[in-house]
Design a protein around this ligand. Structure first.
Ligand code: MD3
Ligand code: FE
Length: 226
């Protein structure tokens, strides 16, 4: 027990581990740390890099194993990418649309993900995949778990850009009620430990226009997949 307080007080406010003026860390659940605005300063660099990635790996609506097109458009960068088709979900070193390797992960992406993970206590996180999701109004992601990665001791770092969304944060079972957490431009969440296995999703995106991204919300998730 920490002197003069609950042990969890140490973790409720993580600002001590963040650089001056950076976002404050907020623990939204065991193992999940929300860093409001942590990526706001690098967002213009992210959007510039995204243009380059899309030039060689354009948006596509992947097909679920059940045969339906996902409402979220996706692409990847890094040593591998997450793909879905009739055969199932997996990580693949090549883009199935082009047969070529995914574009490399920009240094500014890797640095942000490593910094966010470190701020949440995951020192030495080195992502090898960045899955990039594009939501337009009406697009959603049903409650699911991320189970296709090889090593669950590694966290997932998510970065939100552009239009706001309602993140649905469920429990360990699909039927557990989901909390609704608004995610705004620049917000970063680090999902590790227990939170790594929780069901989560995104409510249908509301209409809107963002000065930086137009009618889109981008979500980048940094993963250690291989
Ligand atoms: C909690 N993406 O790509 S990011 C996904 O906003 C995905 O596009 C959502 O779920 C999005 O798989 C949510 C936040 C997120 C990502 C991975 C998690 C939360 C997570 C893995 C485990 C627990
Ligand atoms: Fe997910």
């Amino acid at each position: 027990m920490a002197p003069g307080g609950r042990t969890s007080d140490l973790f409720d406010n993580l600002s001590a581990s963040l650089p001056d003026g950076a976002a404050r860390g907020e623990r939204v659940a065991a193992g999940a740390v929300l860093l409001r605005g942590f990526a706001a300063a690098v967002a213009p660099d992210f959007l510039g890099e995204l243009d380059g990635i899309l030039a060689s790996a354009p948006w596509r609506h992947m097909i679920t194993p059940g045969g339906k097109a996902m409402s979220v458009a996706m692409t990847n960068c890094g040593r591998a990418g997450w793909v879905s088709d009739r055969r199932g979900y997996r990580y693949d070193r090549c883009d199935p649309e082009t047969g070529r390797p995914w574009p490399p992960m920009p240094a500014v992406f890797a640095a942000l993900a490593e910094g966010a993970a470190a701020a949440a206590g995951f020192i030495g996180f080195t992502p090898d995949v960045c899955l990039i999701n594009c939501y337009r109004p009406g697009a959603r992601m049903a409650l699911h778990q991320d189970k296709d990665e090889r090593n669950f001791t590694q966290p997932i770092v998510s970065v939100s850009l552009g239009l706001p969304a309602i993140f649905l944060f469920g429990g360990g079972k699909r039927a557990d009620g989901a909390r609704r957490i608004p995610l705004l431009h620049g917000d970063v969440i680090v999902w590790g430990g227990e939170a790594r296995h929780t069901f989560h999703g995104i409510a249908p995106l509301a209409e809107g226009r963002d000065p930086r991204t137009g009618d889109c919300r981008f979500n980048l998730t940094f993963r250690r997949a291989l």
